[in-house]
Design a protein around this ligand. Structure first.
Ligand SMILES: Nc1ncnc2c1ncn2[C@@H]1O[C@H](COP(=O)(O)OP(=O)(O)OP(=O)(O)O)[C@@H](O)[C@H]1O
Ligand SMILES: [Mg+2]
Length: 424
């Protein structure tokens, strides 16, 4: 026989059930709350929401880290895994507002408003990784060179270029060809001009925006290879290096990288030493990209440093145990650093560069991707940019192999010219 529960008794039972429910829920919440206070629960803010921000955000999503990006476009590539805030990373007010929304601030581009970052950092109003001082030094290529020269890092000759007299003097000292470079806002070769003769002087100065824009000159480095080392530094100053990679530029834009670089043991040691020296001289945590020239005599010279994840480290996504993007999240949020070693024997990264503007460029990129999808060992990384223009980075393909020969054979199926450029 069913027991009939009197009304007032049913009320009590009901209340007890509700109470127990609330208790269980509270215990459940209590066990969640400490998790929410871990560094993973912090909001990572990125100045810039392009492909680098996108790949940081994708890694962060896997770790359960929330990302916000400040970017001027309506739907930046990083929006796939980040909350995008519309605004410019060079606008002081936009940067300040954005900073108040995040726990830790980092950059995917060094050409940000460093003045406001320094103020916010000095006031203790923002946790900026790497330090705003580091970003300020790096964003001015001339200041960067002067700083590392003072630190004793091996680098080529360079000089300030305030006027015509200085340009004639540099031509005399260095001979032709030599490089004229913009101090600021330079990337992907925009901001560089190779001078072959005196006839080039005025056009070079004009193209780079005039002396008042801030120019400097570099002696030409007849490099045998270009090398790069990605480095991750923790907040406590622990430094871990990724393997030395060879980079090949086409029209001053990174086209293909190969890892490990085919270099002697002594060159590898010199490149690693230089990378450590450079990163130890910079304040703050995160990933840094160190670009170098390898000369015929085995000397390794610093080209330049990026205070952020870098194109020459894209191979780490499919080639290494922990990618540069995940390690940047780990380092900036004070999580343990991940393993930087290779998990495959050989990895080649091929940038998908716009070969033409518009539809033609899209079609050529699609054909390359089709070849990659049909070739074993290839992983496609698409950036979802708003359109294709000539020379624009629109994606990349990582090609892994059990051996160098296997990876190179696979590259041959994708882009024979890129293989030629790698050399031996
Ligand atoms: N002093 C030099 N001598 C010879 N080649 C040089 C020199 N400086 C730069 N280059 C060539 O031009 C490329 C681009 O130069 P640099 O790294 O200064 O430009 P960037 O615009 O900052 O490039 P990115 O943004 O791709 O790193 C170098 O990778 C190298 O191939
Ligand atoms: Mg460079």
């Amino acid at each position: 026989m069913n027991k009939i529960i009197p009304d007032n008794c049913a009320n009590k039972v009901g209340k007890a059930v509700v109470f127990i429910g609330i208790l269980i829920a509270s215990i459940g919440m209590a066990s969640i709350i400490p998790t929410l206070q871990t560094p993973r629960a912090k909001v990572l803010g990125i100045l810039g929401g392009g492909q680098l921000g996108r790949m940081i955000a994708l890694s962060a999503a896997n770790l359960g880290v929330k990302v916000m990006v400040l970017d001027p476009s309506d739907r930046p590539p990083a929006a796939v895994a980040a909350q995008a805030v519309k605004g410019h990373f060079r606008d002081a007010d936009n940067v300040q507002d954005f900073t108040s929304k995040v726990d830790v601030l980092t950059v995917e581009i060094e050409h940000v408003n460093a003045e406001i970052l320094i103020i916010l950092e000095e006031e203790g109003a923002a946790d900026i990784q790497p330090s705003a001082k580091t970003i300020a030094i790096i964003q001015d290529k001339f200041a960067q060179k002067e700083y590392f020269k003072e630190c004793g890092v091996p680098l080529g000759e360079f000089c300030d270029m305030p006027d015509e007299i200085a340009l004639l003097h540099a031509a005399n000292e260095y001979g032709y060809p030599f490089m004229l470079k913009s101090k600021c806002l330079a990337y992907d070769g925009r901001g560089n001009y190779v001078l072959h003769s005196k006839e080039d002087h005025s056009i070079a100065v004009e193209q780079l925006g005039g002396y008042a824009h801030g120019l400097y000159a570099e002696k030409w480095q007849p490099f045998e290879k270009e090398l790069a080392v990605m480095v991750v530094k923790s907040r406590a100053g622990e430094v871990q290096l990724y393997p030395v990679t060879q980079t090949v530029q086409r029209d001053s834009i990174c086209h293909v990288t190969e890892t490990p670089a085919l270099i002697s043991e002594s060159v590898r040691i010199a490149a690693e030493l230089l990378a450590k020296q450079v990163v130890n001289a910079m304040q703050g945590a995160g990933v840094f990209g160190v670009e170098m020239f390898l000369l015929a005599n085995g000397e390794v010279l610093l080209n330049e440093v990026a205070p952020r994840v870098h194109n020459s480290g894209h191979y780490t996504i499919d080639g290494c145990v922990t990618s540069q993007f995940e390690n940047h999240v780990r380092a900036t949020l004070d999580l343990p650093l991940g393993d930087t070693s290779l998990k495959v024997n050989h990895v080649i990264m091929l940038n998908i560069l716009g070969e033409a503007d518009g539809k033609k460029g899209e079609q050529l990129a699609e054909e390359l991707i089709d070849r990659a999808l049909a070739t074993p060992g290839c992983s496609v990384h698409w950036y979802d940019k708003s359109g294709v223009t000539k020379g624009r980075k629109i994606g990349h393909i990582n090609i892994v192999g059990k051996s160098m020969e296997e990876a190179r054979d696979r590259l041959l199926a994708l882009d024979p010219k890129a293989l030629e450029r790698l050399g031996s």
